[in-house]
Design a protein around this ligand. Structure first.
Ligand SMILES: Nc1ncnc2c1ncn2[C@@H]1O[C@H](COP(=O)(O)OP(=O)(O)OP(=O)(O)O)[C@@H](O)[C@H]1O
Ligand SMILES: [Mg+2]
Length: 326
């Protein structure tokens, strides 16, 4: 187990955030140490007596919680805060971190899911603040290149009204995102050096990390029936009757959401009948599920995810049919 190298800027960063509390957004390209810094910063702030919450806003390489979701943890007493370990393929923690709330985005990449990612983040920040968090540390994804990434980061920063923007850069790759906020009195931009010895993860390692996270999440899952009359199914672009099209939906990942559209847990569609969905899920309290949000990925028998595109109703030349609640 390698030690975390605390760079000189980290303590000053914690001091600055402690003086002006609020939302902290950590930005960086892939493998720049965002998650490591997020946990170290949370700990430093707790040592200074602050009430801290953490949000993972990375649907692929999430620090805690299953992929395809965003998650919030309101940190308790200092001794219960997880310590980071250095195991490949991704961050692991010595103790299980307690998830307060989750939001299902439906995909393991923000591409094509920018709105879901932004709305979910806002809902989680509001929840954290409602729980009395003075500081909310947000660990973001490494999606920083190109127009869509710029817009996503910009809108997220605006929506959560980030007080601090922390940038981990190899060279100048974040400058185009940072420069907008540079001289604004409502935000402070902090530039930090990255830990030079970070090894870049390959596509396969990232995929294997997600697989591991899904595997862990579903390890105690059982097959359960969810009565359709109790829930609303949300699949806005491709409203197809499940009946007769089960092959399209088989092994599809779904978010099992409560009345406020927070995610109680995930499920995998195994089968369907006219009156029920048969799901593999670890969620026990299915009576709390009010909304089933269809995802854009399927999990195969080996727990690898792949993106699915359900054919649109127009392509199938079917009359529009809304799902029956019988
Ligand atoms: N300050 C540090 N000291 C020692 N090791 C570090 C440090 N920062 C990062 N690392 C190492 O680099 C690896 C990647 O770091 P981390 O997961 O924090 O990066 P990331 O930017 O969150 O990556 P991703 O893009 O996958 O989200 C970690 O597993 C850790 O081993
Ligand atoms: Mg990370």
């Amino acid at each position: 187990m390698a030690d975390i190298q605390v760079s000189p800027g980290w303590k000053e960063l914690a001091d600055s955030i402690n003086k002006q509390k609020g939302v902290v957004v950590i930005l960086g390209a892939p493998d720049t140490g965002k998650t490591t810094l997020a946990f170290c910063l949370a700990r430093e702030l707790q040592l200074r007596g602050c009430k801290v919450a953490m949000i993972y806003a990375d649907v692929g390489q999430c620090a805690f919680g299953p992929p395809a979701t965003l998650g919030l943890s309101v940190l308790g007493k200092l001794e219960t805060v997880p310590t980071m370990r250095h195991d490949s393929p991704g961050p692991v923690f010595l103790e299980e971190i307690k998830i307060h709330s989750m939001y299902f985005v439906g995909c393991t990449s923000p591409m094509g899911h920018l709105l879901q990612t932004t709305v979910g983040l806002k809902k989680l920040v509001e929840t954290a603040e409602g729980e009395g968090a003075e500081i909310v540390v947000i660990d973001t994804s490494g999606f920083v290149e190109g127009g869509a990434a710029w817009e996503l980061k910009f809108q997220k920063i605006e929506l959560v009204n980030a007080r601090h923007i922390v940038a981990l850069q190899r060279r100048q790759e974040l400058e185009v995102i940072l420069s907008v906020h540079e001289h604004r009195t409502c935000r402070t931009v902090h530039r930090l050096k990255i830990y030079e010895a970070i090894k870049l993860k390959s596509y396969e390692q990232r995929r294997a990390y997600r697989r591991q996270k899904f595997l862990e999440y579903f390890q105690n899952a059982t097959l359960k029936n969810l009565p359709l009359k109790e829930v609303r199914l949300i699949n806005p672009v491709n409203i197809l009757p499940i009946e007769g099209y089960i092959n399209l939906y088989k092994r599809l990942l779904v978010g099992l959401n409560d009345d406020e559209n927070f995610t109680l847990g995930l499920g995998i569609i195994e089968d369907t009948g006219p009156k029920e969905l048969r799901l593999l899920t670890p969620v026990e309290a299915l009576q709390k599920v009010k909304i089933v949000r269809f995802g854009a990925i399927r999990l195969d028998e080996n727990w690898y995810d792949s993106r699915v595109k359900l054919p649109s109703i127009h392509l199938l030349k079917l009359p529009p049919i809304t799902l029956r609640k019988t």
